[in-house]
Design a binder for this molecule. Structure first.
Ligand code: UDP
Length: 372
C-alpha cells in the first residue's frame, strides 16, 4: 500500500481542481510544485491592498453555467468585465473590434457603414484563410489588421502573422454593436479575494509540498503514490527525447507608482512595435473599486521560451503539433501517469477549459476505479 492514491505534480488550477474532487471522495492526495507558492500561473499576491496578478492578467470567463457555479463555490467573484484599450502610436482604440473601434478607425457611425468598409477591404482574401494574417484581414479588413493586430501579434508570438495558425485570432470577437466586452462569455469575473484564496480553498485538507522539483527525483515521488497527475510540460517529462516543443514565455516588469490612477484601465495593449512590451496591466482595476493611493503596474514582455524559463503559451502550429503528437503517443501508453492542463496537453486552454478538463479526468478516474 502506498501512502497516497494520487501524486499531483503542479499546484495550478488543473491540479487543485483534481485534488479537491479526489479528496472529497476520500482519496489521499499529495500535491507538489517546484515553485514556492500555490496557484501556478493564476497566483495573485496581495501588495498594499492590491491583488497583483503575478503571472499576467487572469480574467475568468465561461459560457458554462456549471463551471461558473463550480468556481464560485471557492470564493466570491466580482463583476469585472474585460474591456482593454489598444494604444497604437498614441491613438486609442476600443477592444475587442466593435463599433467604437470602427468609428475611431474610419469615422463610420452605423453597422452598415462598418460592414461595407470591411467588405471592401476583405476582397483581397479570395480563398479560405490559411493563416492568422489572412484570417484577420478577412474578419476585420486591412486597416484594423495593420494597426491593431499585425505588430502586436508579431511581438506576442515572435513570428510573422503568415506563419501563425488562424485560430489564435478567432479568440477575439468582432461585433457590430457598441459593446467593449472582450469576451462573449455569459459569465465573467475575478475573485474578490484573489485567485490564491480560491486555490487555497480548493486544496484544503490536501498535503502540499512546495519548492520541490518532481523531475529531479521522480523515483522518490512515484514511490509515494499509486498514480501521478502531471501538469508540467510534457516534453520535459520525456527529457525532450524527440526535441523541444516551442513555447512563448513572458517577462514582467512590475513597479509601484505613487499615483492613484496610472492608465484608467486594467489592461492597455500596445499594438505597435514602437514599444517592446505587449501590454501594461494596472492591477488595482481588476477590482471594481480600489481606493489605494498608490498603483502597481506590470509591463509584459513576450519572449521565446528557452530551458530554465517558465513556459506560458504553447505555439500551436503544424510543426509543434506534429512533435506534440509524438509525445502524446508515449503518454497514451502510460498506465500510472496522466498528463493535464495547458503544459501537460500543450494546449492554449482558458481557465474554464482547464477546470472542465480536470473534472473530466476526475470522472474518468472514478469510472476506472469502479471497473476494478
Ligand atoms: N491580438 C491582437 N491585438 C490585440 C489583442 C490580441 O492582435 O490588441 C491577437 C494576438 O494575436 C493574440 C490573440 O489575438 O495572441 C489572442 O489574444 P488574447 O487577448 O486572447 O490573448 P491572451 O490574453 O491569452 O494573451
Amino acid at each position: 500500500m502506498k501512502q497516497y492514491d494520487y501524486l499531483i505534480v503542479g499546484c495550478g488550477l488543473f491540479g487543485a481542481v483534481f485534488a479537491n474532487e479526489m479528496r472529497s471522495i476520500g482519496k489521499k492526495v499529495l500535491i507538489i510544485d517546484k515553485r514556492n507558492h500555490i496557484g501556478g500561473n493564476v497566483y495573485t499576491e496581495d501588495v498594499d491592498g492590491i491583488k497583483v496578478h503575478k503571472y499576467g492578467a487572469h480574467i475568468f470567463h465561461t459560457n458554462n453555467k456549471s463551471t461558473w457555479e463550480y468556481v464560485n463555490q471557492f470564493g466570491e467573484m466580482n463583476r469585472f468585465t474585460n474591456s482593454p484599450i489598444a494604444n497604437y502610436k498614441g491613438e486609442l482604440y476600443s477592444l475587442p473590434f466593435n463599433m467604437y473601434t470602427f468609428n475611431k478607425m474610419w469615422g463610420v457611425n452605423t453597422p452598415q457603414e462598418a460592414m461595407a468598409k470591411i467588405e471592401e477591404q476583405r476582397k483581397e482574401i479570395t480563398s479560405e484563410p490559411r493563416n492568422l494574417e489572412e484570417q484577420a484581414i478577412s474578419l476585420v479588413g486591412r486597416d484594423v489588421y495593420e494597426k491593431l493586430i499585425k505588430e502586436y501579434t508579431e511581438k506576442q508570438w515572435g513570428r510573422e502573422c503568415k506563419d501563425l495558425p488562424s485560430f489564435i485570432i478567432k479568440r477575439l470577437p468582432v461585433r457590430f454593436t457598441f459593446d467593449n466586452n472582450y469576451f462573449n462569455a455569459k459569465y465573467q469575473g475575478i475573485p474578490v479575494n484573489g485567485y490564491t484564496a480560491i486555490i487555497e480553498n480548493m486544496i484544503k485538507g490536501v498535503d502540499v509540498k512546495l519548492g520541490v522539483d518532481y523531475l529531479e527525483d521522480r523515483e522518490h515521488w512515484n514511490g509515494l503514490a499509486n498514480k501521478v497527475i502531471y501538469t508540467g510540460a510534457i516534453d520535459a517529462y520525456y527529457d525532450y527525447c524527440f526535441g523541444e516543443l516551442q513555447y512563448r514565455s513572458v517577462r514582467f516588469e512590475t513597479e509601484t507608482l505613487d499615483v492613484p490612477n496610472y492608465q484608467g484601465n486594467a489592461v492597455v495593449n500596445y499594438t505597435s512595435k514602437d514599444e517592446p512590451y505587449t501590454r501594461i496591466i494596472e492591477h488595482k482595476w481588476f477590482d471594481i473599486v480600489n481606493d489605494s493611493p498608490k498603483t502597481i503596474i506590470s509591463k509584459e514582455y513576450s519572449q521565446e521560451w528557452k530551458k530554465g524559463d517558465e513556459p506560458y503559451y504553447p505555439v500551436n502550429d503544424d510543426v509543434n503539433g506534429a512533435l506534440y503528437a509524438r509525445y502524446k503517443e508515449l503518454a497514451d501508453k502510460e498506465t500510472n501517469i496522466v498528463f493535464g492542463g495547458r503544459l501537460g496537453e500543450y494546449k492554449y486552454y482558458d481557465m474554464d477549459k482547464v477546470i472542465e478538463s480536470s473534472l473530466e479526468l476526475v470522472r474518468k478516474e472514478i469510472k476506472l476505479a469502479c471497473k476494478k
